[in-house]
Design a protein around this ligand. Structure first.
Ligand SMILES: [Cu+2]
Length: 111
């Protein structure tokens, strides 16, 4: 009987477990001020995973929101002096608005 030995050279899968770390740096958050019922930026370019910190530097309250992946991301009522943030995880173009002041508009492009 002829027995055929097939010896599979074990694939050294070490590399896959070592890789990854250090490859991804989250970009710094961007600070956007709300003053005079306007955003301090009209257009912003971000990388995926980057965060915008919205600061209310107005006397009046604001309510920042945008739609991320079909879901409304709403910071709710933001009183004078308060700050809150939205993280943009996915590439795309996002229109940021204030629910109280329709003229407040900002476009965020994430790649
Ligand atoms: Cu507002």
């Amino acid at each position: 009987m002829n027995t055929k030995h097939t010896i599979c050279a074990g694939l050294l899968a070490l590399t896959s477990s070592i890789a990854v770390s250090g490859a991804t740096f989250a970009a710094d958050p961007v600070r956007v001020t709300q003053q005079g019922k306007q955003f301090s930026e009209k257009n912003l370019n971000l990388v995926a995973g980057q965060e915008i910190i919205f600061i209310n530097d107005d006397k009046v309250a604001h309510n920042v929101y945008t739609i991320v992946k079909g879901k409304k991301r709403d910071l709710g009522l933001q009183k004078s002096g308060e700050e809150d943030s939205i993280t943009f995880d996915a590439a795309g173009t996002y229109r940021v608005r204030c629910a109280i002041h329709p003229k407040m508009k900002m476009v965020v492009k994430v790649k």
